[in-house]
Design a protein around this ligand. Sequence first.
Ligand SMILES: [Zn+2]
Length: 292
Amino acid sequence: MADTNGAHITTTCRLCEAPARFWFTKNKHDLYRCTSCRLVFVHPIPKQTGNLYEQSYFCGGQHGFGYVNYHQDKKTDEAFGRYLDTIKKYHPRTGRLLDIGAATGAFVGQANSRGWQAAGVEVSNYAASFAREQGLDVKTGMLEQQKFPQKSFDAATLWDVIEHVPDPRATLGEVRRIVRDGGVIALNFPDAGSTYARLAGKRWQLIVPPEHLTLFNRRNMSALLQLSGFTPLAYTRIGKRFAPAYVFQVLYAATRKEVFRRLADRLAKSRLNNLKIPINLRDNLFIVARAV
Ligand SMILES: [Zn+2]
């Protein structure tokens, strides 16, 4: 917490243990930035973050974050196809794949159709139930609660997940435990070191506590992967396509201008929302790494 005199308070970086300075407060949560590795993180970590991801996160968005309607907004099929192509380069043989933070199971379904035996875990019971209704193997809960056998997967994927978890180091440690030696991990995350993020500063739209708790850059994520027993193999930036209502909802969250909220509401009910708007601010990084 920032003290009442406005003096900068420091804490310890959760990744490299160097001093981290108070940066600013957003949505009533304090953000700190490491003076050494530049990790940006919420401190203290709010309790029970899992509650954020019930039905309203996937179909409401009334808090100014989350998705208006996850199935419709996130036109991710194309991006998922490219993620699978990239994984294939480094792991040509298919096998058992675990998607962590599987949401409503879109990636699990697509991986299955490409010959993987894919399963998922998802904290939102609403989303996981939806996936199971589609016949997909998606379990409700945190990864750590599943107690998967050691080295039981050939690949693990985390799409837009690592920035949400309360303890990224523990999560990647558990991923390493369940992935066999020589297997791969693939993940993407908001890149706090990207040109766009650095220009936007405090106004970067991906600084959204308590939804996003840790913001990495290429260097500190590579360090965390190595610390967890993974060797990074490839880095890329893959743009995504979003429905118009989602784009206006993000603009509303950033600017609080009513006109954007009204447009988002109207578009959500319109057929125009089936359009896909390609967005690549190059502030999202994709990494494949090998379990060593
Ligand atoms: Zn650090």
